[in-house]
Design a binder for this molecule. Structure first.
Ligand SMILES: *Cc1c(COP(=O)(O)O)cnc(C)c1O
Length: 449
């Protein structure tokens, strides 16, 4: 089938996620046909360094035959069986055991799902079950943050704090949002340190306002990913920890992006020294090779939900799909055997930090920030005042197109350009990434002038 036929069929039959159907119908779409290592190639043969690891998931890149083989072997042996009704499969047991080894201390149980959104729905179910079994049924409210992303099911989207999403559905009424720790966008004249403390204290204020006896949990990404790679000021998490220590509230860390090595530690919770009660994962757990998600359940919660009788009336057909679990096991093996995470922490992460910071000198960049294998650039018209080019986020869209033209996949979140390259990227490829990003910025400045 040729390209124009494919594009026509795409237009006529495929509704894309998070897409303006009307605009896409006019512009057409980019057909990605193959990939290798840290690169993707489209139907025109245009090869691009994938600065986004697919959608934050292909942390080991695209050439991991051992993961593909593990899936294929499992599909031939036992392609499907469920873990409902006193049944289980060997891959699901083995992955549950392996996950309890690599996740933070005190997390020894897992509930598997098919995606990150489903896992956050599962969290809502577990949170309620936990407080009911503890005979504190008033604890119902879950606090999240504005501009957070926790998925796109009704539960996930309600937990998320994206105004564009909230306009298009009816959110659950027991979820409320506090300020995000986004210094560049919302810190005003405060220093990052002052702002971090203030943003953390807004959690305390919200708990006081609602009454601690009514608050069930606080959910957060360690670093906001889809919201624009918002790395909180260093004061933020220590202060949040102090607030949480005062109240009997569960901490849910959504590690769907930062789990499995992106910070240079296994989990963002390890990086920030946090002890979550529940921990959402998905995406990179299988290197994107098979859909799988889940939530790690701490001993504190597991002891309660396992100790008392009565069925937990929750589960998905594909919870602990055996082929997905084999993909997860193969991914964990590569992460451990090839010391991928150590390499990010000791070599490629610091190198990216150094090279990425250089982009901060570009005339249209107001801030260049990075941590481990993520980075962000704030596009501005005026560095001093942080003024944007316009209020329609034109600059982000232009820069994204220029980046792709220059052979680099960067994503635009408003006028914030973000990257999350595969963890296997070499220092030479970091140079290539920074050079291509630099060219994209030059082209963007020219186009907007
Ligand atoms: C992607 C994402 C989700 C949702 O995961 P899906 O697999 O798309 O349902 C949830 N939380 C965070 C932080 C994510 O980045």
């Amino acid at each position: 089938m040729n390209k124009s036929q494919l594009l026509q069929q795409d237009r006529e039959h495929l509704l894309h996620p998070f897409t303006d159907f009307h605009d896409l119908g006019k512009q057409g779409t980019r057909v990605i046909t193959n990939a290798d290592g840290a690169y993707i190639t489209d139907i025109d043969g245009h090869r691009m360094l994938d600065g986004m690891s697919g959608l934050w998931c292909c942390n080991l890149g695209y050439s991991r035959t051992e993961i593909a083989d593990a899936i294929y072997e499992q599909l031939k042996t036992l392609p499907f069986y469920n873990s409902f009704f006193q049944c289980t499969t060997i891959p699901s047991i083995e992955l549950a055991d392996a996950l309890s080894e690599v996740t933070p201390e005190g997390m020894n149980n897992v509930f598997f799902t098919g995606s990150g959104s489903e896992a956050n729905d599962t969290n809502l179910r577990i949170i309620r079950r936990y407080w009911d079994l503890k005979e504190q049924p008033n604890k119902r409210i879950v606090i999240s943050r504005t501009n957070a992303y926790h998925g796109s099911t009704i539960g996930g989207a309600s937990l998320g704090g994206m105004s564009g999403m909230h306009k298009q559905f009816q959110a659950l009424d027991y979820i409320t949002h506090i300020q995000q720790p986004y210094w560049f966008g919302e810190g005003g004249d405060m220093s990052p340190e002052e702002f971090g403390v203030q943003a953390a204290r807004s959690l305390d204020e919200k708990i006081q306002e609602l009454g601690p006896d009514n608050v069930a949990a606080f959910i957060a990404e360690p670093i906001q990913g889809a919201g624009g790679v918002i790395i909180p000021p260093e004061t933020y998490w220590p202060e949040v920890k102090k607030v949480l220590a005062k109240y009997d509230i569960l901490l849910v860390m959504d590690e769907v992006i930062f789990g499995f090595g992106r910070t240079g530690e296994w989990f963002g919770s390890d990086y920030y020294g946090l002890k979550p009660d529940l921990m959402t994962f998905a995406k990179a757990v299988t290197n994107g090779y098979f859909p799988l998600g889940g939530t790690m359940v701490s001993d504190r919660v597991a002891e309660v939900i396992k100790a008392k009788g009565g069925e937990f009336t929750h589960g998905y057909t594909y919870s602990a799909h055996p082929a997905a679990c084999m993909a997860g096991l193969a991914t964990l093996n590569v992460l451990r055997n090839d010391k991928i995470i150590d390499n990010v922490r000791e070599t490629t992460g610091p190198y990216l930090a150094k090279r990425w910071a250089e982009l901060g000198d570009h005339p249209i960049v107001g801030e260049a920030r990075s941590l481990g294998m993520v980075g962000a650039l704030e596009l501005v018209k005026d560095k001093g005042s942080r003024a944007r080019f316009d209020d329609k986020c034109t600059a982000g869209g232009v820069c994204r197109d220029m980046s792709i033209k220059n052979g680099l996949v960067m994503r635009a979140t408003g006028d914030t350009m973000i990257i999350a390259p595969p963890l296997i990227i070499t220092t030479e490829q970091v140079d290539e990434l920074v050079e291509k990003a630099h060219r994209a910025l030059d082209d963007t400045a020219k186009a907007l002038a």
